[in-house]
Design a protein around this ligand. Structure first.
Ligand code: SF4
Ligand code: FES
Length: 239
């Protein structure tokens, strides 16, 4: 651990702006700045994220560190910043970890079959409201990795469940539904994320408030796909 003093901080700054000020002072003193990831700074890209006093993304529920403001802390507070800790997220430097494991899970099945050409009419494919709402809720996952960091098992079940759910709930996602569940879960296991034991820390820290129900949906899709796969193998007509 390194100790830094944050001076010239005001309550309207975001947490990352506070780190910018600390870094500018470090650079002016000829020292190495603190490495951290960021991009949009609007809570939508999923680049930022680290532990603040042991809580992924800090103390404010449903908030990424880029959207967290210094008014939630007191002058003189001592804050412990740490990178995500998980075997599948090796630390690169300071607060930056390698989250390529998430990209590989997406590559394994997080896509749909579409016909290229002109865009289809918006009303051509009706989607029940309840399904579109659930799909949109799951699609809010920004892939930040806080769920993995908060989980005592370093499980990526909330992330993988969100990605499987948001496509599996829509008609456009049906063509690869079985294959998606099988491949994404297999990749998740290969990345050596831990298993889910329903602790719920992931849901508590998720800045997009993804619900645990996506994990149940992932498990259901996976089991159904597995049974169908076995049935196909046992059926000589579909061998
Ligand atoms: S489920 Fe939530 S915590 Fe996990 S990667 Fe997605 S947005 Fe981040
Ligand atoms: S920098 Fe994009 S979500 Fe925080």
């Amino acid at each position: 651990m390194e100790r830094y003093q944050a001076r010239d901080v005001n309550s309207d700054m975001s947490f990352l702006e506070m780190l910018d000020v600390v870094n500018e002072n470090l650079i002016a003193e000829g020292k190495e700045p603190i490495a951290f990831e960021h991009d949009c700074r609007e809570g939508i890209c999923g680049s930022c994220g680290f532990m603040i006093n042991g809580i992924a993304h800090g103390p404010q529920r449903g908030t990424t560190v880029c959207q967290l403001h210094m008014r939630h802390f007191k002058d003189g507070d001592e804050l412990y910043l740490e990178p995500w800790r998980a075997y599948a997220f090796p630390v690169l430097k300071d607060l930056v970890v390698d989250r390529n494991a998430f990209d590989r899970i997406i590559s394994a099945g997080g896509y749909i079959t579409v016909h290229t050409g002109s865009a289809p009419d918006g009303n051509a494919l009706p989607v029940p409201k309840v399904d579109s709402d659930r799909a949109m809720d799951a699609a809010a996952c920004i892939g930040c990795g806080a769920c993995v960091a908060a989980c005592p098992n370093a499980s990526a079940a909330l992330f993988t469940g969100a990605k499987i759910s948001h496509l599996g709930l829509l008609p456009q996602g049906q063509a690869e539904r079985d294959r998606r569940a099988l491949r994404m879960v297999a990749q998740y296991n290969q990345e050596l994320f831990g298993s889910c034991t329903n602790i719920g820390e992931c849901e508590a820290v998720c800045p997009k408030e993804i619900r645990l129900e996506v994990i149940a949906r992932m498990n259901r899709d996976y089991l159904k796909a597995k049974w169908r796969d076995r049935g196909r193998l046992a059926d000589p007509d579909h061998g």
